[in-house]
Design a protein around this ligand. Structure first.
Ligand SMILES: NCc1[nH]cc(CCC(=O)O)c1CC(=O)O
Length: 527
């Protein structure tokens, strides 16, 4: 039997505790190195003499370790942060240079706050990474349950839920506006420039889109960019280009390249040290950027209080409030598939004692200790962010090894106010019609008010003609999807030729997909 302290934060028992028994065993089989780290922690850890214990915390703890053997812990007591053996948290992300760089940024920020813990980055290939050929909408056909964009996040979220990962780091713009049950965005670190940029092929002298000759081919797969730029530059041609940033830049510069330029997010290029490839930014009114562009979404298991506490201090409330408005707006507009919506937001902090909130008449859910973490954005007292609050909360380990609870006490709150603006732009796929809504900025006092502002903007832009544009986008999408599927069925029929069972199964699957496409359950549209 091993002696250990509950504060030794054995990762197999604590950080993986929200789904206790299943997750512990899962983890034991999937991530040996974390187990190793905990063994190392145990061997390094020397419990202080009994004299250092305080009466109020002298409670016996026993819990199960990953292999099911019972560990009788030593007494629960306070430790100096520097004396605590480390916990290893695993941050998961997609396999791309951008994703890994972004995740390392978050891991570094966390390490700076929690010097005695380890934050390790792990990647996995997602469906979108593995399949670079199939059109995105065929990989995940349009449905309310499975928005197209979730193909970047689905598999990561499954591994978050199973405890393989503790924290996921995504580009916020790739994160669906409604998250899976059991997952939440914990925080959004400070945003990079959210804009788009023109990247001209190496060796060409063009500086702006206006300089490009008629018929120039621009690489971008984004419906938002194509729709808006077709409108502003009808003489240019837009062609899909998939792949990671480096692949795309290489395709642009290849000797046989047909592309004159690409449109890419400034933030992505800057993060992978390719800022020098930016020829010029493209701003509104020619191009409104994507919702959440340039920001990172840090996702955790809802109710994993331990990871939640760890996240404090990493978010940037100004970015969080802006993204609250942008994402809430898109949530109301999209109804389940990616749409040609562009936005632009600004935020200016005000003196909370002077400023009157503009959404005072609206009703909001009261703040509870276990409300979504983002609801506390900017209003938790900064003293509450001290990293030492992390392992000193009693209840880390319980005799049954159950989840480290979300703190039952509402943290001390402070007042905050900011002037928030949001412009929204909805464009038809061919660029022929567009609605732009740029209301007067409003004064908001918390995250929920910022979200409400975004929802109100979405409702307004629908009334202004956005609804007709979005309905048309849905119609065109479905028609295209149906044609693509019919083509795929035809192809699989030819290939199968009644011989290979595997292909026959695939054929059946596609037929089913086509049926569901034509069926009445697909009549949900934009709200
Ligand atoms: N859809 C891919 C994607 N997801 C996030 C970024 C860039 C970084 C960001 O917008 O935060 C990119 C590439 C691009 O659009 O150029």
């Amino acid at each position: 039997m091993q002696q250990t302290c509950p504060h030794s934060t054995n990762p197999t028992s604590y950080s993986r505790s929200p789904v206790p028994s299943k997750m512990s065993t899962n983890h034991a089989s999937t991530s040996k190195s974390a187990l190793d780290a905990s063994r190392e922690a145990e061997s390094l850890f020397v419990p202080p003499a009994p004299a250092s214990r305080t009466d109020s915390s002298s409670e016996e703890y026993a819990y199960m370790n990953a292999t099911g053997s019972r560990i009788l812990s030593s007494t629960f007591f306070e430790l100096e942060p520097t004396l605590r053996p480390p916990t290893t948290f695993i941050l998961g992300t997609r396999k791309s240079e951008l994703a890994l760089t972004q995740t390392q940024l978050v891991a570094d920020a966390l390490s700076a706050y929690h010097v005695s813990n380890h934050f390790r980055v792990e990647w996995m290939k997602t469906l979108g990474d593995r399949n670079q050929q199939t059109p995105l909408h065929l990989l995940t056909p349009y449905s309310q349950q499975q928005p197209a964009k979730s193909l970047w996040t689905d598999e990561l979220e499954a591994k978050l839920g199973s405890g393989h990962f503790d924290i996921l780091v995504h580009s916020l713009k790739d994160v669906p506006t409604t998250l899976k049950e059991g997952c939440e965005i914990a925080c959004i670190p400070e945003r990079e420039d959210p804009g788009d940029a023109l990247v001209v092929r190496t060796g060409l002298i063009y500086q702006t889109l206006d300089d490009l000759p008629d018929g120039s081919i621009i690489g971008t797969g984004s419906v938002r960019r194509v729709a808006q730029l077709k409108r502003a530059y009808p003489k240019l041609k837009f062609e899909d280009m998939r792949g990671n940033l480096n692949t795309r830049l290489a395709k642009l510069d290849a000797p046989d390249s047909k592309y004159v330029a690409l449109i890419l997010a400034i933030a992505g290029l800057a993060r992978i040290n390719c800022g020098h490839r930016i020829t010029n930014p493209i701003r509104s009114p020619a191009l409104f950027h994507a919702v959440g562009q340039g920001a990172l979404g840090v996702e955790i298991r809802t109710g994993d209080g331990r990871v939640r506490e760890t996240m404090r201090g990493v978010g940037h409330w100004q970015t969080e409030w802006r993204c609250a408005a942008e994402r809430a707006c898109l949530r109301v507009l999209e109804g389940g598939c990616s749409v040609p919506v562009g936005v632009e937001s600004t935020l200016e902090e005000l003196d909370p004692e002077q400023a009157q909130g503009d959404l005072a008449g609206e009703t909001f859910s009261p703040l509870e200790p276990d409300s979504p973490m983002l609801w506390f954005s900017g209003i938790v007292e900064s003293s509450h962010r001290l990293p030492s609050s992390l392992p000193s909360t009693p209840g880390i380990a319980t005799p049954t090894g159950e989840a480290y609870p979300v703190n039952r006490v509402l943290p001390p709150l402070r007042k905050r106010a900011a002037k928030l603006s949001l412009s929204t732009c909805v464009t038809s796929l061919d660029g022929s019609s567009q609605v732009v809504h740029s209301p007067e900025p409003v004064v908001v006092r918390n995250y929920q008010e910022a979200e409400r502002f975004g929802e109100l903007c979405a409702k307004k832009i629908k009334q202004l003609g956005g609804k007709e544009i979005l309905d048309e986008v849905t119609r065109i999408r479905r028609e295209r999807e149906r044609k693509d599927l019919e083509r795929a069925i035809e192809k699989s029929r030819e290939q199968a030729g009644g011989t290979k069972q595997k292909d026959g199964d695939e054929h059946q699957g596609l037929q089913g997909l086509l049926q569901s496409l034509n069926g009445p359950e697909r009549s949900e549209g934009f709200q």
